[in-house]
Design a protein around this ligand. Structure first.
Ligand code: RB5
Length: 150
């Protein structure tokens, strides 16, 4: 699995910690910026990472901003993306098993690194359950078909 990472300035430090964790665990990732704590717009970096997921170059994305909220809003504007802000291990597990999340968003101003690592660990290892949850995801896909231009 290859993960696309991206952040704004407010998520940059947490992203660095998670990238170190991914490296340590031998998990493949590619970072799409930003590269410092200089103020930038999270929208631009979410777009770069998500385009690499939708092209098939990366399988999933982990995006970081101050709260995880702005990144989720942007990512969910793309057809096929199910971006889920997560705040603990339970949310991370259910975001995968029930919602088939393909984009985790985390807040650098609200999560300490150790908690973020636990969330990432669970989000990466948890599989989608399918079944009744698959039916619900299919309904989301139907809504996308009706409402997205392309
Ligand atoms: C940046 O100040 C902050 O607004 C941004 O990182 C994010 O939290 C937005 O959702």
């Amino acid at each position: 699995m290859k993960i696309a990472t991206a952040s704004d300035h407010a998520g940059y430090e947490l992203k660095k910690g998670i990238m170190a964790y991914l490296s340590e665990k031998g998990i493949n990732y590619e970072d799409f910026g930003c590269s410092s704590e200089e103020r930038v717009d999270y929208v631009d970096y979410a777009e770069k990472a998500i385009k690499n997921v939708l092209s098939g170059d990366c399988d999933r994305a982990i995006l970081f901003c101050g709260t995880g909220i702005g990144m989720a809003i942007v990512a969910n504007k793309f057809k096929g993306v199910r971006a889920t802000p997560c705040w603990d291990e339970y949310a991370a597990e259910v975001s995968r098993s029930h919602n088939n999340s393909n984009c985790l968003t985390l807040g650098g101003r609200v999560l300490p690194l150790d908690e973020a690592i636990s969330i990432v660990r669970v989000w990466i290892k948890t599989d989608f359950e399918g079944g009744r949850h698959g039916r619900r995801i299919n309904k989301i896909l139907d809504i996308e078909e009706k409402n997205f231009m392309s």
